[in-house]
Write a protein that binds this ligand. Structure first.
Ligand SMILES: Nc1ncnc2c1ncn2[C@@H]1O[C@H](COP(=O)(O)OP(=O)(O)O)[C@@H](O)[C@H]1O
Ligand SMILES: [Mg+2]
Length: 184
């Protein structure tokens, strides 16, 4: 797979996935790199693969990936993390993956009511679908992934870092996923 480097200083990259399985694998590679406090903002139309990517993320974090589906009545699902190093980090509560889906939100005013701050500025990893509905609420440094549906099973990922931590994550992701970089 080839990644197109749109702007390395700003860390904007683009690549394509050819199948749902590949997207899940890419998600798992990302999940293995994440730490508590990281926020992944997912943008893209219905069916573009946001939830598939989160399923991969969950498995990379050591969560039960087969339980991952878009939250339907709630806006947030929690998945307990199983990754050993997190457990070793101590604390009586395991960090977890918070899977947020803002598809049904009518206004940003609802965010405090769904416990946004408890999840997004916390010890957990947060993956936010339809993050375009809450851009102003995201932490300054988050990883932004925009998915676009191409023909058939092809999906285009546009990945953007917004600060030093997400920059580090993007570079690690490219390396872990074995993507070859190619400047435009
Ligand atoms: N390359 C791909 N990446 C991700 N999903 C894909 C891909 N090709 C086909 N699909 C299918 O597209 C659908 C994506 O659904 P989902 O992840 O729920 O989308 P979203 O959460 O963005 O609405 C799934 O049915 C998946 O099997
Ligand atoms: Mg979804």
């Amino acid at each position: 797979m080839t990644v197109t480097v749109l702007d390395l200083r700003e860390c904007v990259l683009m690549w394509e996935s050819a199948s749902a399985a590949e997207t899940e694998r890419l998600g798992a590679a990302l999940g293995r790199l994440l730490r508590p406090g990281d926020v992944i903002a997912l943008l893209g139309d219905l069916g573009s693969g946001k939830t598939v990517l989160v399923r991969g993320l969950a498995s990379g974090l050591g969560c039960a990936a087969d339980e991952v589906h878009s939250p339907s009545f709630t806006l947030i699902n929690e998945y307990a993390a199983g990754r050993g190093e997190w457990e070793a980090a101590g604390g009586d509560r395991l960090p977890f993956l918070a899977h947020v889906d803002l598809y049904r939100i009518r206004s940003e005013d609802e965010l405090p009511g769904i416990g946004w701050d408890a999840y997004v500025n916390s010890r957990c990893v947060a993956a936010v679908e339809w993050a375009d509905r809450a851009l102003r609420w995201l932490p300054r440094d988050h990883l932004r992934v925009s998915l676009e549906t191409l023909e058939g099973d092809r999906r285009r990922f546009r990945v953007q870092a917004t600060g030093p931590r997400s920059h580090q994550v993007v570079l690690g992701w490219v390396e872990a996923a074995g993507i070859r970089a190619e400047a435009t």
